[in-house]
Every structure is written in C-alpha cells, then in structure tokens.
Design a protein around this ligand. Structure first.
Ligand SMILES: Cc1cc2nc3c(=O)[nH]c(=O)nc-3n(C[C@H](O)[C@H](O)[C@H](O)COP(=O)(O)OP(=O)(O)OC[C@H]3O[C@@H](n4cnc5c(N)ncnc54)[C@H](O)[C@@H]3O)c2cc1C
Length: 394
C-alpha cells in the first residue's frame, strides 16, 4: 500500500483549500440545535454551495451525480474539510452517508432518480426509522407493521431515537411485512414520506438540553409499494447494507475532527497557569495526549482501509464495526480529558474566565451517546467476534 498522495491529489487539495478558505467564513455562524428550521436552512444552504462547486457527494459514483473521486481524494477532502472547520453536514448526514448509498446499491432506477440528485443538492433531508421502544440492539424484533393494500402498504407502529426527524422529508423505514416469518425474514425497507398523513413527530429533550432526536408515530400511513427498496421481506439484508455504510465510512469526518479536539486540549492546557508553569507541563497529561494521538493515527489508518474497501467493492467491509467501536470509545476519552483540562467550570455549561466551558461540558455530554448510537459497543464486539474473527455464537 502506498499511503502518499500524488501530485494530482495535492492539486485537488490546494483547489479545495482555496475554496473552503473563501466560502466557510462567508457562510455565517452556526445556528445551534434549538431552532430546527434555522438548522435545516443553514445546513442545506451549505450543501447547495458544495453541490454548485462540485464537492457534493464526493464519494458517490459520477453516474449518480457524485464526483466519483478516487479514495485518496476522498481522504484529502476529509482532511481539508476538518482543517477549514467547515460546517458539519448535520441534517444531511443520513441522506448522504447511508440512505443515499443504500439507494445507489439497492434502489430502483426510479427511486435513484427521484432522490439522489435532491439529496446532493440539499433539497431533500432524510432521517432513519429503524429503532423502536422494544427493538434497539435486537433490531430484528421490530414490530411496526405494514400490511399490503393494493399498491400501498398501510403502516402502523412507533419508532424512536429518529435523529433530526423534525426537519426530515423522507425516512428510511424498517417495517414488519410478515409477522409469521422468523424475525429476520419478515422485514421490509421502505421510503417513508415524512409529510404523509398519519405521521407524527415528537422531539425528545436530552441531557445536554437539545432535542436532536424524536419519537415517530405511524397511524394508518399509506406508503406506495413503489417506495419499497429491495423485495418484500428482504429488508433485513438491505438494512445491513445501510448499517455497514453507517458504521464503516460515515464516521470518517468525525474521526478527523477528533484530532482537532486533541489540539484544543493542548491549546487550553498550555494557557492554564499552575504554580509550576502551565497544565501542559504535566508529564502525565503529555503522555496521555501522546498515546491518544497514536491511537487516532491507527484509527485513521483503519478508516482509510475501510474507505478503500468500500471503494473497491461498493460497500464498507465488516471491520467497520471495529472502526465504530474504537472511534466512539476514543471520542469519549478525548471528551473526558477536555473536561479535566478545562476543570470544574465545564459544569456551568457557559464560558467563564476565558475557558471554553460550554464546548467542553456539552462535548462531554454529547460524547456519551456515541457508544450507543449506530449500535452499542457490546453489539459491535459481538459482530467483531462473530463476523470478523469467526468465533462461535454464545
Ligand atoms: C444519539 C443517538 C442517535 C440515534 N439515532 C437513531 C436514528 O436516527 N434512527 C434509529 O432508528 N435509531 C437511532 N438511535 C438508536 C440506536 O440505534 C439504539 O439506541 C441502539 O441500537 C441501542 O438500542 P437501545 O437503545 O434500545 O438499547 P438496548 O438494545 O435496550 O440495549 C441496552 C443495553 O443492553 C446491551 N445489550 C443488548 N443486547 C445485547 C447483546 N446481545 N449482547 C450484549 N449486550 C447487549 C446493550 O449494549 C446496552 O448496553 C440513536 C441512538 C442515539 C443514542
């Protein structure tokens, strides 16, 4: 493997860097996660700018409106994006990172034409309706029911933890179409229009004071059969395609951002005075930052392998579970270390005495979700044991 970038990649880097340097400051301040229509407007306007400049869906094949960039250019893009502190894709995350890629892999030409260009332009926002109050880790036990009625499915049930569903246009929805089949066998993957009659979205307030995710109630919602992705009762296989994109490559940008957060720890530690100098003179702290940096380098190499594999086969490899596991646990360690460096002021959740208490405190609270979302760490360990290492099921 040659990990160096070519002259062509470096040319791409400098063109992208120039564009980001001029466009990011012009996009204005982040609106936060309270005013959701403002959040959507901000994120989708940024997506539209990326699209107009030819940077939308860099990893999507050109036949589907993406840039079809080489693996190395995808990596350069992520590095430059993080360097420029460009807006996080937020409301476009599901559409760009796993619903769109699932449609590319499994959708009909009509579904692809209807949704893929709109996702890339930022005109369409997607959410995910997989989890239910009684079906999280054991997703295959989901009970939301879809009954065929002519050329529609009539859907009834409840979903939960649907991230940013309050501003979504479509939902990747898992439903049970055959209640008599064994759990994995009777599931179907549908494209749910969020504005269909009978869809109710109720936001959930979390410990950090925001309402990132929602409950979704479905009462006699009529979904056209043409919105089915894959065959009826073949949804578990399609869902696994979605989950492999979600776990394998979707976190690449977050992993790069972790490096920036380690940089922030060093910056703040260097500015905090102690009787002996600054916090950054503490040998233990330096040792820990050094070890985390080495861990991040190793994780980035694993991510590069995953992206390369996704490029070669069209789907991320199973070891995406290892990337997700390591990323989420390292992310929590970094967030916790940041709180330690900032000190007790982090509890205030607003900046005080020149210290970034809000950033550290909120970042720590937010990091708690990472070992749960997209499959818990225990589930990732089970997958690693069974599907990567080939160990027997317990
Ligand atoms: C921030 C965030 C965003 C999310 N966004 C979405 C979304 O947009 N759409 C969506 O559909 N879902 C979403 N989820 C839901 C997420 O996928 C589930 O929370 C997750 O799969 C765990 O399910 P659960 O919460 O029901 O926990 P449970 O499955 O009830 O698990 C409880 C505990 O038991 C452990 N456990 C369960 N089974 C096993 C086992 N077989 N072996 C070992 N340990 C086990 C788990 O690891 C966990 O510690 C989101 C979650 C979070 C935190």
């Amino acid at each position: 493997m040659d990990l160096r970038y070519s002259a062509e990649d470096e040319a791409f880097r400098s063109e992208l860097r120039g564009w980001l340097e001029s466009e990011v400051p012009r996009h204005g301040p982040d609106p936060g996660n309270v005013d959701w229509p403002a959040r959507r407007a901000y994120d989708t306007a940024w997506q539209a700018k990326l699209h107009a400049a030819g940077y939308a869906g860099l990893h999507w094949p050109a036949a589907f409106g993406g840039r079809g960039a080489s693996v190395t250019q995808q990596l350069v893009y992520l590095e430059e994006y993080a360097r420029a502190r460009a807006p996080y894709i937020s409301v476009n995350f599901v559409g760009l990172m796993h619903a769109g890629p699932t449609l590319i892999a499994e959708g009909t030409p009509a579904q692809q034409a209807a949704h893929l260009p709109a996702i890339l332009r930022g005109d369409e926002v997607w959410c995910q309706g997989f989890s239910e109050p009684g079906a999280g880790s054991d997703l295959a036990s989901l009970r939301t029911r879809a009954v065929r009625d002519g050329d529609h499915y009539v859907v009834n049930g409840q979903k939960i933890w649907c991230t940013r569903a309050q501003v979504a246009d479509y939902c990747e929805l898992l439903v049970r179409t055959d209640p008599d089949a064994r759990t994995h066998r009777g599931i179907t993957w549908l494209v749910l229009p969020m504005r269909a009659e009978g869809v109710t979205v109720r936001p959930i307030r979390t410990i950090d004071g925001d309402d990132h995710f929602c409950e979704l109630f479905l009462d006699d919602v009529r979904v056209p059969v043409e919105n089915r992705v894959g065959d009826e009762n073949d949804g578990w296989r399609v869902a696994n395609v979605t989950l492999r994109f979600e776990r394998g490559t979707a976190f690449a940008q977050h992993i790069i951002n972790l490096r920036g957060q380690v940089g922030r720890i060093v910056e703040v530690a260097s500015s905090r005075r102690t009787p002996a100098g600054t916090l950054w003179d503490d040998v233990e702290l330096r040792r820990r930052v050094g070890r985390i940096t080495a861990d991040l380098d190793a994780l980035w190499r694993l991510t590069q392998m995953c992206i390369t594999e996704a490029d070669r086969t069209g789907q991320p490899a199973q070891y995406g579970s290892a990337v997700k596991l390591r990323y989420s646990e390292l992310g929590q360690e970094v967030a916790e270390l940041f709180v330690r460096v900032v000190g007790r002021t982090s509890l205030a959740l607003h900046d005080f005495d020149g210290l970034p208490a809000l950033e550290a405190g909120k970042g720590h609270l937010w990091s708690l979700q990472s070992t749960i979302a997209a499959g818990t760490s225990q589930i990732q360990r089970n997958l690693i044991a069974q599907r990567i290492l080939g160990l027997p099921r317990p």
